[in-house]
Design a protein around this ligand. Structure first.
Ligand SMILES: O=P(O)(O)OC[C@H]1O[C@](O)(CO)[C@@H](O)[C@@H]1O
Length: 540
């Protein structure tokens, strides 16, 4: 793993413009003020929120006491033969533990950040006698996480396992989940620091508890962050957070509003997925922001051939195709990107700690679920080609073969706009859907992001509604073969999943964005047909 933390800007013009911005940030004392939790850095409108969102700058110190508590619980559970950890959590409550555990050899964590019935059923099919479920939710009210808790509690009971002894909760003090855990007598409740927002919570109990219970070395993670903390809080031109923020801000000023992230050998697995939420939810609002586009590597479409609307950024050693590269250990990269993103917020003139447009999609899904027949939100298909139903809303007539429909739809992507593929599918069993990203980027020449629904709703979802309004949205939904009841709720997981897709599609359409939904009546066959149709798309 690249140990040395550094930010390199390869483009001389960008480096010059960034250096001027760094000088200004140094003169304004931004780094030291941020470390000292100065809530005035983002202007009067953001001050109230910022005043209760800045504790993350000192987590490398304040989270230390957690280490012993996590270790004690892990030892206790192992003594009882419980060594399989399943995490229910969305966005900031799951992305950090996923990258932390994936990066460490031999550490397994099953992450549930989906409403796909098949994916949840697969997690349930593991050995429940050896399973502990960590339920993580800052607000304590996230519908996906609550559904997982209900489903697992029932399954534990049916397997003859005392559910309360196998549920560990991470939440904020006073949340409805904290109260419920107390009423139900759950195994342990870790109360997180409420003055840290979800996407800045990697080094709080939200990142450390699930990762540590699964066996990751979370003390080392804090050490890695601690090694860099002093540099990040220093008002100096060498501060890597100031350099990264300034480079991203200068690139944005020049029209590069997308940040294409590729791993170039950082030794970290899946950092882009974590950074994606941090960048998109923090900056994508008020019609501005940075859109993170996570790609498979520096050879992927959209990276080396990025146009003037995008900056290719290497996570790891410098690469000929990268304009910016960022090196460092996982703990260092986490703290560095948190500082840099908060500072980009200042450069863009927005509040990096709120997510004003996320609620709209949740509300639309809720109102569909409350209707007598949630599926009524689904239109009838305008056409059916093989195992793919076409549901066009805005921007495409939805007529002809699948390839015709796609050709017409992809033509709606504006110059310097982007396409977002949003797959409300099983990210393990339907993993091949992710291949569509590169194929579509190659054929259209546009930046293409790929997100699993509903997971992306807690990440890039904010940007799509609040950021630069030049996105075009391709939703994929699929038949739920074996649906799962959500205990004591009037909906199944499959209904919830569809309501989330329809609700978000409606909100995007209300923003005037083109949305096309393709429903796979047979997932495997439909995906294969879709790939073939994409290959037949006529290039404009
Ligand atoms: O931890 P919670 O409250 O369940 O929220 C999960 C995620 O949902 C969001 O609030 C967005 O919907 C994120 O900011 C957050 O990380």
């Amino acid at each position: 793993m690249a140990e040395e933390t550094g930010v390199t800007v390869a483009d001389a013009g960008l480096a010059d413009r960034a250096a001027a911005l760094v000088d200004k940030l140094v003169a304004d004392g931004v780094a030291s003020r941020l470390a000292a939790r100065d809530a005035t850095l983002w202007g009067p409108d953001a001050e109230a929120e910022a005043s209760v969102r800045l504790s993350w700058t000192s987590l490398h110190q304040t989270s230390r006491p957690l280490i012993g508590e996590i270790e004690a619980l892990r030892t206790e559970l192992q003594g009882e033969g419980v060594d399989r950890v399943v995490l229910a959590g969305m966005g900031g409550s799951s992305l950090a533990p996923e990258v932390i555990t994936s990066t460490e050899d031999g550490v397994a964590l099953t992450v549930l950040d989906t409403t796909d019935p098949g994916q949840v059923a697969d997690a349930l099919a593991g050995d429940l006698q050896r399973t502990v479920l960590v339920v993580s939710s800052k607000s304590g009210g996230t519908v996906e996480t609550d559904s997982h808790r209900r489903i697992f509690a029932k399954a534990f009971a049916e397997a003859g396992v005392d559910a309360a002894s196998r549920i560990v909760v991470v939440t904020d003090p006073g949340s409805p989940l904290a109260e419920l855990a107390e009423r139900e007598g759950y195994r342990k409740v870790f109360l997180a620091d409420p003055e840290v927002g979800g996407r800045y919570s990697a080094l709080t109990a939200f990142g450390l508890v699930p990762a540590g219970l699964a066996g990751a070395d979370v003390a080392r993670l804090l050490d890695q962050a601690a090694l860099l903390a002093a540099d990040l809080s220093t008002d100096s031109a060498g501060n890597p957070a100031l350099r990264l923020a300034a480079a991203l801000g200068a690139a944005h000023e020049a029209g590069a509003e997308k940040v294409v992230l590729a791993d170039t050998g950082s030794g970290i697995t899946g950092f882009g997925d974590w950074a994606e939420q941090l960048i998109a939810e923090s900056t994508g609002k008020q019609g501005t922001g940075l859109l993170p586009v996570v790609v498979d590597g520096p050879a992927a479409a959209g990276f080396a051939d990025a146009g003037p609307d995008a900056t290719p950024v290497a996570i790891g050693p410098a690469n000929a195709a990268a304009t910016i590269s960022v090196t460092g250990t996982l703990g260092a990269q986490i703290l560095l990107w948190e500082y840099a993103t908060a500072i980009v917020g200042r450069l863009l003139g927005i509040d990096p700690f709120d997510q004003p447009d996320v609620e709209a999609a949740k509300k639309a899904a809720r109102s569909l679920l409350d209707s007598p027949d949630p599926a009524t939100g689904a239109s009838s298909p305008s056409t059916v080609d093989g195992h793919v139903e076409v549901h066009g809303t805005v921007g495409a007539s939805g007529d002809g073969t699948l390839a015709d429909v796609l050709t017409e739809f992809l033509d709606t992507v504006p110059d310097n706009g982007y396409l977002a593929v949003q797959a409300y599918l099983d990210r393990l069993d339907d993993a091949s859907a992710a291949l569509l990203r590169a194929e579509l980027a190659k054929r259209t020449g546009h930046q293409v992001t790929f997100g699993w629904g509903p997971r992306f709703l807690h990440s890039t979802g904010q940007y799509h509604k609040g950021g630069h309004q030049n996105g075009v949205f391709l939703q994929l939904t699929g038949a739920a073969v074996d649906d799962l009841e959500v205990p004591d709720r009037p909906y199944t997981l499959g209904t919830l999943q569809l309501a989330q897709a329809l609700g978000d599609g409606q909100v995007l359409a209300d923003h005037g964005r083109p949305v096309l939904r393709l429903h796979l009546t047979d997932r495997a066959a439909g995906l294969a047909e879709l790939v073939r149709a994409v290959q037949q798309v006529r290039q404009g």
